[in-house]
Design a protein around this ligand. Structure first.
Ligand SMILES: Nc1ncnc2c1ncn2[C@@H]1O[C@H](COP(=O)(O)OP(=O)(O)O)[C@@H](O)[C@H]1O
Ligand SMILES: [Mg+2]
Length: 252
């Protein structure tokens, strides 16, 4: 049984690239069964925070704990959907194979995927409604379909914790809805999800809690507590337009 009440604990985390801190003294404790959004302007360290939660990056200072254990000891326990731009979409692999990749760490090096592994991949593709595309090459899919296939890979892994880096970027409104429904369903089955999200307008609607960062931690809490004008204007430094009670980052 898990000993920690938290799914993820980030404790005084500082992470640098070439001696420049991308994250500085960031601490946050994420409870289980939550759908958590990560917001902040471009270059704020959102992707870096996700990678640190996966144990991909070595912190200068601080630690990341997953369900009570040091992240380095439980690497692979956390499922990940990378930012779309970081994937080689020309890599020759089918939709079915991508979903099956979610099972690889459970398969010993000397063995082939079992019937149960194939079943888990199949189920995950059904959840994201990509079954009919199973034999397609991933390069032949639309952006939204590719995103759903990577979500299937993460679901097939069977992890209790899913980290997603901008899953809604570059997808149409219908796909955004479909992905959100899958995330909400995953939450109801006891998963904890941390999702980098670019759009402040929908952030309040989609997430139970929000993390607001820009190198440092600015806020963590329910959307109405985090989406405060004073906080946002500090973090976005005038790059925000305010429509009534709604905030939108200027992208031009
Ligand atoms: N691999 C890397 N090498 C050097 N600098 C990086 C690297 N990845 C990110 N950075 C820098 O770290 C900061 C945070 O980046 P990132 O976490 O990607 O921000 P976000 O996802 O919020 O846009 C930025 O200044 C970025 O340029
Ligand atoms: Mg990013």
């Amino acid at each position: 049984m898990p000993t920690s009440p938290y799914a993820i604990e980030v404790d005084h985390l500082t992470v640098s690239y070439h001696a420049r801190a991308a994250l500085l003294d960031v601490s946050v404790r994420i409870e289980r069964d939550q759908l958590v959004g990560v917001i902040g302007p471009n270059g704020a360290g959102k992707s870096t925070l996700i990678k640190a939660m996966l144990g991909f990056l070595k912190p200068d200072v601080g630690s990341v704990t997953i369900e009570g254990q040091d992240v380095q000891k439980v690497k692979g326990k956390v499922a990940y959907v990378p930012q779309r731009g970081s994937v080689d979409w020309d890599f020759p692999i089918t939709v079915r194979e991508v979903a099956l990749m979610g099972r690889y760490q459970r398969i010993p090096w000397y063995a082939s995927p079992s019937a149960a592994d194939r079943e888990a991949a199949k189920e995950a593709l059904a959840i994201v409604r990509m079954t009919e595309f199973a034999d397609r090459q991933i390069g032949e899919l639309s952006g939204g379909q590719q995103q759903r296939v990577f979500l299937a890979r993460a679901l097939a892994q069977g992890s209790d914790i899913l980290l997603l880096d901008e899953p809604f970027a570059g997808v149409d409104a219908a796909t955004e809805r479909a992905i959100l429904e899958v995330l909400e369903r995953a939450k109801k089955t006891g998963k904890t999800l941390v999702v980098v999200h670019h759009d402040l307008v929908t952030a309040a609607e989609y997430f139970d809690k929000l993390i607001l960062i820009k190198q440092r931690m600015y806020a963590y809490g329910p959307p109405q507590a985090v989406l405060q004008e004073d906080l946002l204007s500090k973090v976005y430094e005038g790059r925000l337009r305010i429509f009534g009670k709604v905030f939108k980052e200027e992208t031009t």
